[in-house]
Design a protein around this ligand. Structure first.
Ligand SMILES: [Zn+2]
Length: 614
């Protein structure tokens, strides 16, 4: 073989190799025509989905989600609620009985598919409750597009979980998970998870949605309204247009979101305000004494967007809408559904901050929630505590925004109910195991990283993560990769211990021996997870002097943190249970000494971490 040919072969070989590992993401473009019968709580739907397969795999089938088929007695969601009993989600139960089992026949939900075609030709499909498997006539080749058209009708279920009619605050229609949505396909395969009540995943998509509904209704949605002058509520000068059947047409568009959601009610008011260098924010809610805090929340929500933009990356869409609806709080593309009746301003703002925070951790950084709920619920909870600590500063001095999350986690580890954070979101044994695995351990994953690498470095990691993965689908390995790149540390050990096990951190001050001019301290690792140790002393003249004992496994040591300067001592090998060192202070000079004055270390027995010097 001549040199030129060898070179050509090598080049082709390496290109093929690179393509196999290269990141890709699927894309969908929906055009929908929806006609609602408000009296009946039903609608007729037509949609075209232009679907692009950017994967290196030929697709022989595609899957669609039909979430509303879950809302009937005997569904998988009902079975799950019944088998979990009191351990499950209380919103799905009434007097200890599954609410799904009690839905009257005429209020069950469904999405009834009439037909689906690919480029005009009928396709065979099978429905397994909430999942529709569609067989393609010809495989969809890598890097090619196709067009699916379909018609269906649907009934809005009794409000049980997230979607539904007449929620408990009297919102007529919460339209979430409401249309046949194409499933995500990626390196993990099809994300065709049966809907039993938890999280979602989807490809990024553009939406062009036309909703025809009785003219008295006001619609709130995650998207940009195209005809505000022709509908009720959005413009004081509006001249509502309606047809002979007394129906108005609402035209919405949204680009590059995961899911289009909307809600409709005759009594909605619409308000908006603009964030400096940020989105136009809409509030769509029923104005009354019960929703009085919405008005007062506006300056806080302005601060929230600015804090999030500065800390985690810039919000990528033109609008964001808070809609009163649903059964608690749930995030969607460019909007969220939240209960509107709060007992305190802080309660309402907290809910808005959490659901709005998902715009970063779920929507823009679109992780697979079903497989890794700790990455969206956990990172969002971290951002929520970060923001709320600044919007509502604690009355008493708190060492950090995450002390309550740590306390909650520590208490939960004593119940014996904890399960690894890496489990699939739908498959935890109890609601509390899911909550602690995803919300709390996910949040503490970042808190512990802040402790290990120092807050300034973690802050760089979060910004770098956003810059690299905004409007993409990062996995946990992608985050870990960036955390290691930015910090220069090896963090695989922590990642594994924290997510794949329920081992815990437990360090102690074992002994203190006071000498004439110095003190000898022995620390002990009594727990299952090794960690680097921050150690401090408080002197009688009220100075804090700090030391870092690095863990050998990180290979690179923390260089700065926000709790003052520190001296780095010799490293602690993870195999070694005790660690002894000497500090140049005598008993007479000391008030207290101990592990982690910042209280970020999620030590399950913190009572033996600090010693008062008497
Ligand atoms: Zn959440």
């Amino acid at each position: 073989m001549n040199k030129g040919l060898v070179y050509l072969f090598l080049m082709l070989f390496s290109v093929a190799g690179a393509q196999q590992n290269a990141y890709y993401q699927q894309n969908a473009r929906y055009t929908m025509d929806i006609e609602v019968d408000a009296a009946d709580f039903t609608y007729q739907g037509k949609q075209t989905v232009k679907y692009t397969n950017n994967s290196p795999d030929a697709l022989r089938v595609v899957y669609f989600h039909l979430y509303w088929n879950a809302f009937r007695p005997g569904s998988m969601m009902d079975q799950r609620v019944q088998s979990q009993g009191k351990k499950g989600d209380s919103r799905l139960q009434k007097d200890g009985v599954s609410r799904l089992a009690q839905i009257p026949e005429d209020q069950t939900g469904f999405q009834n598919i009439h037909w689906i075609r690919q480029n005009g030709t009928d396709l065979k499909f099978e429905i397994q409750e909430t999942i529709m498997k569609v067989y393609l006539n010809t495989p969809l080749a890598p890097n090619s597009s196709t067009e699916f058209t379909m018609e269906w009708d649907a009934r809005i279920p009794m409000q049980i979980r997230r979607s539904g009619r007449n929620n408990r605050e009297g919102v007529a229609m919460t339209m979430t998970q409401w249309y046949p949505k194409i499933a995500e396909y990626d390196y993990d395969g099809w994300a065709a998870f049966d809907y039993v009540g938890r999280e979602f995943h989807a490809p990024f998509a553009d939406f062009d949605v036309t909703i025809k509904i009785d003219k008295d209704y006001v619609v709130g949605a995650g998207g940009v309204l195209q005809n505000p002058l022709e509908v009720k509520g959005y413009d004081d000068n509006s001249n509502v247009k309606f047809d002979a059947g007394n129906k108005a047409v609402w035209h919405w568009k949204a680009k590059n979101i995961l899911d289009f959601a909307w809600a409709a009610d005759p009594d909605y008011s619409v308000e908006h305000f603009t964030i400096l260098d940020g989105p136009k924010v809409y509030y769509v809610y029923q104005k009354s004494d019960k929703t009085q805090f919405w008005e007062a929340s506006k300056p806080y929500i302005k601060n929230f967007f600015q804090l999030m933009n500065a800390t985690f990356g810039r919000y990528s869409y033109p609008t964001y809408t808070y809609i009163q609806g649903g059964d608690g709080g749930m995030e969607y593309g460019m909007c969220s559904m939240i209960l509107g009746e709060a007992t305190t301003l802080e309660g309402l703002v907290g809910l808005m901050v959490h659901e709005g925070g998902h715009s970063w951790f779920q929507q823009m950084l679109a992780t697979n929630e079903s497989m890794r709920p700790w990455m969206d619920e956990g990172f969002t909870s971290y951002a929520e505590d970060f923001v709320m600590y600044r919007l509502f500063p604690p009355q008493q001095p708190w060492p950090n925004p995450y002390v309550n999350a740590i306390k909650g986690y520590v208490n939960f580890t004593k119940t014996g109910l904890e399960e690894p954070a890496s489990w699939l979101g739908d498959h935890h044994d109890s609601g509390s195991a899911y909550t602690y695995a995803s919300y709390v351990k996910g949040e503490l994953y970042l808190v512990e990283l802040g402790y290990i690498m120092g807050e300034p470095t973690l802050s760089k990691v979060m910004k770098e993560y956003f810059a690299a993965w905004n409007l993409k689908h990062p996995s946990d390995r992608d985050f870990l990769h960036i955390a290691q790149q930015v910090s220069g540390m090896d963090l695989k050990w922590f990642h594994h211990y924290w997510l794949n096990t329920t081992k815990t951190i437990d360090y102690a001050v074992k002994s203190v021996q006071y000498g004439k001019d110095s003190t000898v301290i022995t620390l002990e690792n009594k727990g299952g997870i090794p960690m680097p140790i921050d150690f401090s002393i408080l002197t009688k003249d009220k100075k804090i002097i700090s030391y870092q004992i690095p863990l050998n496994m990180t290979h690179t040591w923390k260089s700065a943190d926000i709790y003052g300067d520190f001296t780095t001592l010799a490293y602690w090998p993870w195999t070694q249970k005790e660690y002894t060192f000497t500090i140049p202070y005598s008993r007479q000079q000391l008030l207290a000494l101990g592990i982690d004055f910042s209280q970020r270390l999620a030590d399950v027995n913190p009572q033996d971490n600090i010693v008062e010097v008497k």
